[in-house]
Structure formats: structure tokens, C-alpha cells
Design a protein around this ligand. Structure first.
Ligand code: PLP
Length: 457
């Protein structure tokens, strides 16, 4: 026997074994010295069960992906059925029914004018596809000077280098700046910063003036504007009024610039409509979808775009106008089957309508926290509700990030059987749509107690 065979590599708890060989996302691994990773053995509905039997209510949909609960019977059955027939096939030169049906459904569901669907594997990859396609479109149309992108302050579009470049959450971006393309950044319409007495609509309109000026000055060199419609999720669930999107659509048309709607987080009912763009009555030139697309089962993303953009790439091969971007797992049949089952649930169970009273209940419960001495804001957009806490409520002065008070809420919630994952000092709820009122009561109560504990000194 060799030495490796004697090495008790699989001895210890799962958390101990994990920390010997794994490196987790978005984590300072040293933090696990005080709070080891939590090993989960199964999930059911909105709940996760640890290997030690302790249960956690998944108030963040496992990073915003889960829609209809863990181990959803209908999605499980669709996956089992698909895996017994075709797990994967090369998607260049070949096709299959799950991909065709999913593309047909996405074209039908998304705002009018989006008629083509390009698949990728995750949200960041979808953003890369959209920005490459936009640039390439202008080049194929003889406008090779359009090489830049306009983004919003506090926006987030993923972690790969192109997606990171068009995002503006400093914590993720600052260090990598030497590697990133230069972008134009407009101030955010984020209504947290409106004046007292100013409405969301007034503030978002006022902020749009900056975007208008930036377009006027730079349209000749700009391929596209990229935004997260209505909610800047990773930027702390900051929200704005749909009027901004309506104005932006109109201005992008006027200046000859594409509009990329990154609905990776807000799509599939999170904002109260199937897609956030619907609330502004607009169709973007590109819509990026992922996260909820497969109900939280498998990595898959889609970029929806228009006839006009598709046509700019369609020509004889020798013209070299084709979009040659590819991912090995493009159009994976298992992921497509999970997505189809997810869309079937939306259709058969009238999900958007049935979420309305749930969202109202969640919002009303959360707004009770408004009177807390350290809560500066409780905001809501459909099934997304955020509670922001600060050091000084009257001046809206935040706690220093180095105090990591959100982490205290995280730990408190875990102790009390709820998975909350505050973004800095923003505690938010983005639950799977299967939560009931008792579960909403629990998550809000635990959040309230957690905020109390995190702000008591
Ligand atoms: C999560 C997210 C992304 C990135 O998606 P990944 O699948 O994590 O790469 C992009 N844009 C938005 C708005 C997101 O919330």
C-alpha cells in the first residue's frame, strides 16, 4: 500500500475536510477559523437541513437562484426524465428539443422585439456575450469607433474581467482595475439618496440628467449602456423608479446606443413582474438572464436579442462577421430541462399573481422595523425587501465597514435557524416563492433581533 492510502484524508467532519481542500467563493477563508462552513445534507421547500440535523430557512434563495424550493418534485422529475435520454451534446452543428423549446418560451415571455436566444453557462458569461455582441454589431455595421460602455455607479454584473469592468461595486472591482477595460460611469438613480420630500420618481428623473449628458457627449464612441433594471442587488438592494428605464430606452434610441438589461438577479418575478423591464414598458436590445432561470438547479444563462442585431452577423462565412463565442456546455439539455420545468410552474400556478399578497405581507412585516433607532430605510420592489441599518439614523451615517456588523446579523440568524446574508449593513429578504406567512414571520423576527444585537453597542 502506498502512503496516500494510509493518509486519513477523509477523516474528520465535513467542515474539517472542506477546509483542508476547498477554497470558497466571496470568502476570506480565515473567517472560517471562527465560523466553519455549514454542511448541508438536504433541502426541502424553503428549508435546508444540516448534517447535524439543524435546519435553516433559506431567506436568500441560496444566492438568489432558487424560486420554487429545494428538491422541487416537478423540477426533479423533469431532470430525471431528461438525464435518462440525453445529458449533453455539442451545441455547434447540433440541437435538441429542450434547447429549442426553452428558446421558444423565452422569446415568447420576454418583452417584444427579443427574438433570438444565445445560451451561456452563468450570469457573468451572459454579460460577456452581451458586451461582445454589442461591440461586434457596431463593427459589422462599419462603426468600429463604438468601443466603450456606459455603466451605473454601484452596478454589478459579475466577476469575469469584462463583467467586472462594467460593474462598479468597489469591493470587488478596485483591486483588479489594472486588468479592466475603461468604462464611463453615470451616477446611480438609487433612491436611497433622494432628498426628504422628494419622490422616487423625481429623484430617478433628476439622476437621469447625468446619463443624458453622458450620452450626448460620448454616444459616438459608446456601444451600449448596461444596467440592472430597478434593483442594484449586489450593490445593497438599492432601488430606483421605472421612469429611469423608460427615459434610458428613449435616449439610447435617440443616440444610437444599445441598451443591455442585466435581469440576471431581477428576472423571473423577483420585482413583482416576470421581468423588471415590463414595469417601464420597454424592450432592451439585449436581456441577460440566469440565476432563477433553472429554478436554482443548474448553471445556465441566456442572452435574448433582436432581429436587427442578429442580422448584422448573418452573412457569408468569408466575411468574418459571425459571432464565434462559445462555451463547452452551451445549451446543456439538463439545464434546459430544469428551466422548462421552472417556466411550466410559472404558467400553471399563476405565480406572479400569487406572489402579490405574499410580497405585500413581507413588505408590511419588514416595514415594522422602520421605527428601530438604527434602521435608516426599509425598501421593497416586489419579492425583494431590504432593511438598511446605520450608526446615526438622523444623518444616515453608516457604520464603518471594518466593524462588519452585518456579519453579526448573519451569525445571529444562523443560530436561530435562518439563512440571511447581509450585504454590508443591508439585511435583505429574497426568499423562494414557496415561503408561507409563518416562515416570513420567522425571517423578519430573526432579522429584527439580529439588527438589534448588531447595533446595541
Ligand atoms: C449574480 C449576478 C451576475 C453574475 O452571475 P454569475 O452567475 O454569478 O456569474 C451578473 N449580474 C447580476 C445583476 C447578478 O446579480
Amino acid at each position: 500500500m502506498n502512503a496516500a492510502h494510509h493518509n486519513p484524508i477523509d477523516s474528520g467532519t465535513l467542515a474539517e475536510r472542506d477546509l483542508r481542500v476547498l477554497w470558497h467563493p466571496c470568502t476570506q477563508m480565515k473567517d472560517h477559523e471562527t465560523l466553519p462552513p455549514i454542511a448541508i445534507k438536504r433541502g426541502a421547500g424553503a428549508w435546508l437541513e444540516g448534517t447535524d440535523g439543524k435546519c435553516y430557512l433559506d431567506a436568500v434563495s441560496s444566492w438568489w437562484v432558487n424560486l420554487f424550493g429545494h428538491a422541487n418534485p416537478r423540477i426533479n422529475a423533469a431532470l430525471c426524465d431528461q438525464v435518462s435520454r440525453l445529458e449533453h451534446v455539442i451545441f455547434a452543428g447540433f440541437t435538441h428539443e429542450p434547447a429549442v423549446r426553452l428558446a421558444e418560451k423565452l422569446v415568447a415571455l420576454t418583452p417584444s422585439g427579443l427574438t433570438r436566444c444565445f445560451f451561456a453557462d452563468n450570469g457573468s458569461a451572459a454579460v460577456e456575450v452581451a458586451i461582445k455582441m454589442s461591440f461586434h454589431y457596431w463593427r459589422n455595421r462599419g462603426r468600429s469607433g463604438k468601443t466603450r460602455f456606459i455603466t451605473l455607479a454601484n452596478g454589478y454584473h459579475g466577476e469575469t474581467l469584462g463583467a467586472l469592468a462594467v460593474g462598479n461595486v468597489e469591493l470587488y472591482k478596485e483591486l483588479y482595475k489594472p486588468l479592466l477595460m475603461d468604462v464611463l460611469t453615470a451616477p446611480s438613480p438609487d433612491c436611497y439618496f433622494r432628498e426628504t420630500g422628494e419622490s422616487w420618481e423625481q429623484y430617478s428623473l433628476r439622476q437621469f440628467e447625468h446619463m443624458e449628458r453622458m450620452l450626448a457627449d460620448h454616444a459616438h464612441e459608446v456601444a451600449a449602456v448596461i444596467v440592472e433594471p430597478l434593483v442594484q442587488c449586489a450593490g445593497g438592494m438599492r432601488m430606483y423608479h421605472p421612469i429611469y428605464l423608460a427615459r434610458l430606452r428613449e435616449a439610447c434610441d435617440r443616440y444610437g446606443v444599445h441598451l443591455i438589461a442585466d435581469e440576471i438577479a431581477v428576472g423571473f418575478g423577483r420585482t413583482g413582474t416576470m421581468f423588471a423591464c415590463e414595469q417601464a414598458g420597454i424592450s432592451p436590445d439585449f436581456m441577460c438572464l440566469s440565476k432563477g432561470l433553472t429554478g436554482g438547479y443548474l448553471p445556465l444563462s441566456a442572452v435574448l436579442t433582436t432581429d436587427d442585431i442578429y442580422a448584422a452577423f448573418y452573412d457569408d462565412y468569408a466575411k468574418l462577421t459571425a459571432f464565434l463565442h462559445s462555451h463547452s456546455y452551451t445549451g446543456n439539455p439538463l439545464a434546459c430541462a430544469a428551466a422548462l420545468a421552472t417556466l411550466d410552474i410559472f404558467a400553471d400556478e399563476d405565480v406572479i399573481e400569487r406572489n402579490r399578497p405574499k410580497a405585500a405581507y413581507l413588505g408590511a412585516k419588514a416595514r415594522e422595523l422602520k421605527t428601530h433607532a438604527h434602521v435608516s430605510d426599509v425598501r421593497q420592489c416586489g419579492m425583494i425587501v431590504a432593511v438598511e441599518f446605520v450608526k446615526d439614523k438622523s444623518r444616515r451615517e453608516p457604520y464603518a465597514w471594518t466593524e462588519r456588523r452585518g456579519r453579526r446579523v448573519y451569525r445571529h440568524a444562523l443560530e436561530h435557524g435562518v439563512l440571511l446574508r447581509p450585504i454590508d449593513n443591508v439585511v435583505y429578504f429574497m426568499p423562494p416563492y414557496v415561503v408561507d406567512e409563518a416562515e416570513i414571520d420567522l425571517m423578519v423576527k430573526v432579522a429584527a433581533d439580529g439588527i438589534e444585537r448588531a447595533t446595541c453597542d
